[in-house]
Design a protein around this ligand. Structure first.
Ligand SMILES: Cc1cc2nc3c(=O)[nH]c(=O)nc-3n(C[C@H](O)[C@H](O)[C@H](O)COP(=O)(O)OP(=O)(O)OC[C@H]3O[C@@H](n4cnc5c(N)ncnc54)[C@H](O)[C@@H]3O)c2cc1C
Length: 395
């Protein structure tokens, strides 16, 4: 393979990597994916807002339409949304990711079953340690990549590298960027034979079953659901405990049969810097994720487009490397405040025990706020309604 012809190499063939590739319109792009198939293994519940679907370019793979949510605390229930408006869609991620990749293939080449590693030219090769003298002299030395493919290793020097390698981003770690953020593990089962209201997702806040996040049942239509949770540890055990012992869920799921198990990782908190030298991070690798729901597809798509556009401008105009830093500024201008607000609310909600969560739901019911939340709530910018709600609740 002629690696030298590529101006940009993207590590990771997920939605963020593919959308970034799709938006580098005038230069040669290669997308490297370690797995044998785009979109597999599944690591997602596949719930995407209407705005998110548009941002992702209306991909294929919709299996259900969602009009709202039932929210459960230990002793209370809310029904947010109404039968009139579709608010989100449930996707088969394998279909969606492949469709986005097919679009990207009009602009980018793909190499599957290939693994990318970052090589830091400032590292002292013998000791594999940062040599500070070399570093300060050659601050502008670009990163290179080593690509492992079919038993061979290739070293390549693209003009720009994108790390779109997901939540655990080894590319980001190698550059010293992906540090100090909360990482949650997710476990999920797709189950069939479930009789459920297909138009609404079910969200459970119950510290006995899930201490660090929430649990979801997402209807996929035709008696299929995804049941999952995220937590800091023991997620699969916790999920089985929920399915078997939660007073409401165990009834809903009493005849359910599992047909697919998946695990995944959620990064909570974005990176201070997502550009270093000729390296840019995008999607989960950059922490472009909603801290309150873990949804990363909408933000990832938005930022991938910005990333692609900046690279195109950089390469077309022969700008200095510092031009790439505009990506950092632009995506934070767009979604940085919402992520920051989400992180503050996450800290607040994490401190709430089951009694407090019960009280919050009770407060919403007693003060007839359900309609207000239905009208003003926005799953992509939840901080607006939460600010309003907590102001009333805490006063
Ligand atoms: C349990 C769970 C449920 C979720 N539910 C939702 C939801 O309902 N809605 C929503 O919006 N978001 C959801 N998310 C988040 C969503 O899945 C991610 O935000 C999204 O997949 C991020 O896209 P990405 O392209 O950045 O990364 P990924 O989709 O993770 O893609 C990264 C790709 O890089 C590849 N890769 C990694 N390292 C290398 C390497 N060194 N070399 C080559 N290839 C490499 C991987 O194989 C992978 O294909 C969920 C996440 C989890 C864990």
């Amino acid at each position: 393979m002629d690696f030298e012809k590529y101006d940009v190499v993207i590590i990771g063939g997920g939605p963020a990597g593919c959308i970034a590739g799709e938006h580098i319109k005038h230069h040669n792009v290669l997308i490297i994916e370690e797995h044998q198939s785009i979109g597999a293994p599944l690591q997602c519940a596949g719930l995407i807002s209407k705005k998110g679907v548009k941002e992702l370019g209306n991909p294929k793979g919709i299996v259900n339409k969602i009009k709202g949510a039932y929210i459960y605390s230990k002793n209370n229930t809310l029904k947010i949304g109404d039968d009139d408006e579709i608010r989100a869609y449930v996707f088969e991620r394998k279909v969606m990711d492949k469709d986005i990749a097919i679009r990207a293939s009009k602009k980018a080449d793909f190499l599957l079953k290939a693994y990318g590693r970052l090589i830091d030219n400032n590292l002292n090769k013998k000791k594999n340690l940062l040599n500070f003298k070399t570093f300060s002299k050659n601050r502008d030395l670009k990163y290179r990549l080593s690509i492992h493919h079919l038993g061979e290793t290739y070293t390549i020097c693209p003009k720009v590298i994108i790390g779109a390698d997901g939540a655990r981003s080894n590319i980001g770690k190698s550059a010293g960027l992906s540090i100090n953020r909360e990482i949650l593990s997710g476990a999920q089962l797709e189950m069939v034979n479930v009789n459920i209201d297909d138009d609404f997702v079910y969200v459970f806040f119950d510290r006995t079953f899930c201490k660090d996040f929430f649990i979801w049942i997402i209807p996929m239509g035709k008696d299929r659901v995804r049941v999952g949770l995220c937590n800091s540890s023991n997620t699969y055990k916790k999920l089985l405990n929920f399915i078997n012992n939660h007073p409401i869920a165990s009834k809903i799921l009493k005849n359910a049969v599992p047909v697919e198990f998946s695990v995944g990782t959620l990064p909570i908190g974005y990176l201070k810097t997502t550009v270093k030298n000729n390296l840019m991070l995008v999607g989960d690798a950059a922490g472009q994720v909603k801290p309150l729901s873990g949804g990363g597809l909408y933000y990832g798509a938005k930022c991938a487009k910005i990333c692609g556009k900046i690279i195109d401008e950089y390469l077309a105009n022969n700008y200095g490397l510092s031009y790439l830093k505009n990506y950092d500024k632009l995506w934070k201008k767009d979604i940085g405040n919402e992520i920051k607000a989400g992180l503050r609310f996450r800290t607040l909600i994490k401190k709430m025990d089951d009694k407090k969560i019960d009280k919050l739901l009770e407060f919403i019911i007693k003060n007839n706020l359900v309609e207000h939340i239905t009208k003003k709530g926005d799953m992509d910018n939840p901080s607006i309604i939460l600010k309003d709600l907590f102001k009333k609740f805490l006063n």
